[in-house]
Write a protein of this length. Structure first.
Length: 499
C-alpha cells in the first residue's frame, strides 16, 4: 500500500490473477480449463497448500504437474495462476545440508535461511558469458587424472552396467576436493534410501559434507520431484558459480531422470518414441547439461563441472539414453563389466573412454610423463590377448607385457582412496623411466604403497613444489630421480633401481 504525494488516501496496487477449474486428475498430472495467458514453467496455486508447474497444453486445457500431495485435489476446484516462474530458495547456508527438489531441508537439521530465490528452469548461459576451460579438476582417481583428464567446466559422462563402480568414481572426485576451494553438489535421482544413506555416510565420514550439498529425490519420491531434482542442483550450482566459486555437480543418475520424464510424458498423453521415451527427452536433458561451463569475470568468474552417471544394459553404449547423453558431453568414462570381473579397480575401459577438452587443462608434468601411457597400455592389452593363443612369446612381446603389468600396478586403486597430484607424479616418473618392469608383482605393489610416504619423509618440499608449480622443471625432475633412487637404494621394492 502506498500514498500519492500530498494525499493521505492509500492507493492499492492492482494484482491480476487468472482463474481456472480442475477438469481431470491423473496421478500427478492435473488438467485445468482456463488460464488463457499462462506460460510453460509458471507456478499455479492448486489450493490446499499444493502448487503446480505448467508442463504443457492441448487445444482446450492446461497440463499441470502437481508438486505436493495430489490426493488433496478435487474435480471442479478453482485454481489460481501465479505470474512467476517456479523458483527455489538458495544460499550459502545450504552447504553441508541435504535438501529436496523443492529446496527444503530433509536432514532434520535447523531451519535454512535462504539468500534469494532463483528460477529452476533457465536458459543455458550464452557463449558471450563463457570463458575457455583452463583449470584442472583433480579427481584423485589415477587412471582418470592420467589418461582421461577433466577440466573445470567440463561435462563428463560416467556410464556402465550396474555394480561396476560408477558412483565410487564420482564420490572419489568429491572427496578429493577437500581443501581445494571447490563446492560440490551430489544429486541423487531415484536412488533407494539405503544407497543414499551409504553415500551420505561416506561423505560425512570423510569430511566432505563440510563443502557439499546433497540434493535428493529418492525412488519413493513423487515422479515430478525426480524430474525436477537435477534442475534444482544446477540452480544451486549457478548460485555458487555467480559468486566466483568452482562447483562440481554429480548427477546419480541421469538414466532414472529419463525414466521419470518418460512417466510424466505418458501421463501428459505425449506419444512415445524410441524405447517408449518421448521425442523431446534429448532436448530436456540438453537443457540441463548445457548449464555447465566456465564463466568470464563479468558473469561471476566461476565454473560448473558436471559428472553425469548413466546406466547401460549389458555394456550397450548405443542405447538411446546413453548415446544421447554421450553426444551432449565432452567425453565419457566407461565402466566395463569384463574389466570388473578381471579384478581391476576402478573398472574403467581405457579404450572406450576419452576426454575431449580435458587434455588442455592437464598439468604439464603429468602430460609429459604420461605421453606414451595410453599407447603403451593399448599395446599391452593387444599383446596379452595374442599371447594367450601362443605358448611362447618373443623378447619384445615379453618386455611389452612387463611394462603393461607395471602400468596396471600403478593404475589400480581402492575405493574412496583419492591420490594427490604429487603421488601420481612419483608413480609416473618411475613408470616412464621403466624402473618397475624388472620387479615382481608384490614389489610393484609395495612401491606404489610406500613411495609417497618415503618421499614425504625425505623431501616434503619437493612434493609441495610439484603441487604448486606443476611443470617438469629441471629441479623437480632431478628431485624425483633422487627420491626414487634413494628408495631402491634403501631396499624398497626388494632391489636397487637400474638407471
Amino acid at each position: 500500500m502506498s500514498t500519492s504525494p500530498g494525499s493521505k488516501i492509500p492507493l492499492f496496487k492492482v494484482r491480476v490473477q487468472e482463474k481456472g477449474t480442475i477438469r481431470d486428475i491423473k496421478e500427478v498430472i492435473v488438467r485445468v480449463e482456463g488460464l488463457p495467458t499462462c506460460l510453460y514453467g509458471q507456478i499455479v496455486d492448486l489450493g490446499d497448500g499444493v502448487n503446480g508447474i505448467i508442463m504443457g497444453y492441448d487445444t482446450e486445457d492446461v497440463l499441470i504437474l502437481a508438486m505436493g500431495d495430489s490426493s488433496r485435489l478435487r474435480l471442479g476446484k478453482e485454481v489460481l495462476g501465479v505470474s512467476e516462474p517456479f523458483r527455489i530458495p538458495v544460499g550459502d547456508a545450504y552447504v553441508g545440508r541435504m535438501v529436496t527438489a523443492m529446496g527444503e531441508p530433509c536432514d532434520h537439521g535447523k531451519e535454512l535461511v535462504p539468500t534469494l530465490r532463483l528460477p529452476v528452469f533457465r536458459d543455458s548461459p550464452p557463449i558471450t558469458h563463457r570463458a575457455p576451460l583452463e583449470g584442472f579438476l583433480e579427481t584423485g582417481t589415477k587412471i582418470v587424472d592420467m589418461l582421461i583428464p577433466i577440466a573445470k567446466g567440463q561435462r563428463e559422462l560416467i556410464l556402465g552396467d550396474r555394480v561396476t563402480g560408477k558412483t565410487v568414481v564420482a564420490l572419489d572426485a568429491i572427496l578429493n576436493q577437500q581443501g581445494r576451494d571447490v563446492t560440490c553438489i551430489y544429486c541423487a535421482i531415484g536412488k533407494s534410501v539405503s544407497n543414499l544413506e551409504k553415500t551420505v555416510a561416506t561423505l560425512q565420514d570423510k569430511g566432505a559434507l563440510d563443502f557439499s550439498v546433497v540434493v535428493v529425490a529418492t525412488d519413493n519420491s513423487p515422479v515430478g520431484e525426480q524430474y525436477i531434482v537435477p534442475f534444482t542442483a544446477a540452480t544451486l550450482a549457478e548460485f555458487f558459480a555467480a559468486k566466483g566459486r568452482d562447483v562440481l555437480v554429480v548427477f546419480d543418475d541421469l538414466t532414472k531422470h529419463a525414466w521419470a520424464y518418460r512417466q510424466l510424458s505418458l501421463l501428459l498423453g505425449r506419444p512415445p518414441g524410441r524405447e517408449a521415451y518421448p521425442g523431446d527427452v534429448f532436448y530436456v536433458q540438453t537443457q540441463l547439461m548445457e548449464r555447465a561451463g566456465r564463466f568470464n569475470e563479468d558473469h561471476g568468474g566461476g565454473s560448473i563441472t558436471f559428472l553425469g552417471i548413466a546406466e547401460t544394459l549389458q555394456g550397450d553404449l548405443t542405447g538411446y539414453i546413453p548415446s544421447n547423453l554421450a553426444s551432449m558431453c565432452d567425453g565419457q568414462i566407461f565402466m566395463s563389466s569384463s574389466v570388473y570381473a578381471e579384478g581391476f579397480r576402478p573398472a574403467i575401459d581405457v579404450s572406450l573412454s576419452l576426454s575431449i577438452v580435458g587434455g588442455r587443462a592437464q598439468p604439464m608434468i603429468l602430460k609429459k610423463l604420461g605421453r606414451d601411457l595410453r599407447s603403451d597400455y593399448a599395446r599391452y592389452k593387444e599383446v596379452l590377448s595374442l599371447s594367450r593363443l601362443s605358448a611362447a612369446v618373443s623378447d619384445e612381446a615379453d618386455r611389452t607385457v612387463r611394462k603393461g603389468q607395471s602400468i596396471e600396478a600403478i593404475l589400480q586403486q581402492g575405493q574412496h582412496q583419492p591420490v594427490s597430484l604429487a603421488e601420481q607424479v612419483l608413480l609416473m616418473y618411475a613408470l616412464s623411466h621403466n624402473l618397475l618392469a624388472s620387479l615382481s608383482d608384490e614389489q610393484r605393489r609395495a612401491f606404489c604403497r610406500e613411495i609417497y610416504g618415503f618421499a614425504r619423509g625425505r623431501s616434503r618440499e619437493l612434493l609441495e613444489e610439484i603441487e604448486r608449480v606443476r611443470e617438469p622443471t629441471d629441479r623437480i625432475m632431478e628431485g624425483l630421480a633422487a627420491i626414487v633412487a634413494a628408495y631402491f637404494s634403501a631396499g624398497g621394492g626388494g632391489q636397487e633401481a637400474d638407471n
